[in-house]
Design a protein around this ligand. Structure first.
Ligand SMILES: [Fe+2]
Length: 301
């Protein structure tokens, strides 16, 4: 594992949440209005909707998505990747058990943990033991890879490493099969810590390699397409978490076109998939936006 960057460490040492300054009206962004979260929670309780929203979070679904890729080596046709992101499970009792229950019998070749293990912008006492339990359980049946999200902190690197998980912090690793290789590239968080370094993460790769980028937030979509990434897998947006009937997000915290906030999308020659995420943050509720764990099946285009 590459050492945690000084940029991330400096922000972690501040020990408080900072505003994400993006755009002219950054101070109006929902994620910067932390005082609104207790207001929303209290309003939902008052309307008798809080428990329904929380139950929606616990009712995480498993989706299956085929992803055709032009440069996929033949040996990887049918390769199955289980993607689990945005658990935020130290703040959501019962979610870890439900997630493990959903994936127990799912046949897969690898698991990728897409970041955001912690609920808030600090680590609670439950974050490390829950991450360890999840990682140890999943590692029993398949190799596990992970990236960090905007709610993750350096001590989790040791927890994941101790469970045999390969944490990719601005680095790449090859998965080999029958003499062919698939390149997994993992970047650190580009949204809150801005600790990503795609150039460093892609060092040593050939332009003809089949390259899968694991980036917690889809905000690197343009850079990634420009650099010849074949597939970009992300989470972070929670699909909006609270949506209008029909699934349209009311707000989402990512500087991307709306097409990138949930599900399958393309940008130039690159395919992308943004998971709606398994958990929830801010206020642990979901409406019109079910949480998801994704089984991606790669296939030759
Ligand atoms: Fe998240």
């Amino acid at each position: 594992m590459r050492a945690v960057s000084e940029k991330r460490l400096a922000i972690e040492r501040q020990d408080r949440k900072h505003a994400v300054r993006r755009g002219r009206f950054w101070w109006l962004r929902w994620e910067n209005l932390s005082f609104m979260e207790p207001v929303l929670a209290a309003s939902l309780k008052l309307c008798g909707q809080y428990k329904r929203g929380f139950d929606n979070v616990l009712n995480v679904t498993l989706t299956r998505q085929e992803l055709p890729l032009k440069r996929l080596p033949e040996a990887f046709d049918g390769f199955r990747m289980l993607w689990i992101s945005d658990l935020h499970f130290d703040g959501i009792d019962g979610l870890m058990e439900n997630v493990l229950d959903r994936v127990e019998n799912v046949q897969r070749d690898i698991v990728v943990l897409g970041g955001d293990f912690c609920f808030d912008h600090h680590m609670t006492d439950l974050a490390a033991p829950r991450t360890e339990h999840l990682a140890r359980t999943l590692s029993k049946t398949s190799p596990v890879y992970a990236i960090f999200g905007n709610h993750d902190y350096t001590p989790l690197a040791e927890v994941l490493g101790g469970c045999g998980v390969t944490l990719l912090l601005n680095e790449n690793t090859a998965i080999e099969r029958n003499g062919q290789a698939l390149q997994l590239i993992g970047v650190d968080d580009c949204h809150y810590f801005k600790a990503h370094d795609l150039e460093l993460a892609m060092q040593g790769l050939d332009k003809d390699d089949c390259k899968i980028l694991l980036s917690h937030s889809p905000e690197l979509y343009a850079q990634a397409a420009e650099r010849g990434i074949d597939l970009c897998l992300s989470g972070h947006t929670h699909g909006g978490q609270i949506c209008l009937p029909g699934g349209r997000a009311v707000v989402y915290s990512a500087a991307t076109p709306r097409k990138c906030i949930r599900g399958l999308w393309t940008h130039h020659d690159m395919t992308g998939y943004t998971s709606g995420g398994a958990g929830a943050s801010g206020v642990p509720v979901r409406f019109n936006c079910p949480g998801e764990i994704n089984l991606f099946v790669l296939c030759k285009q």
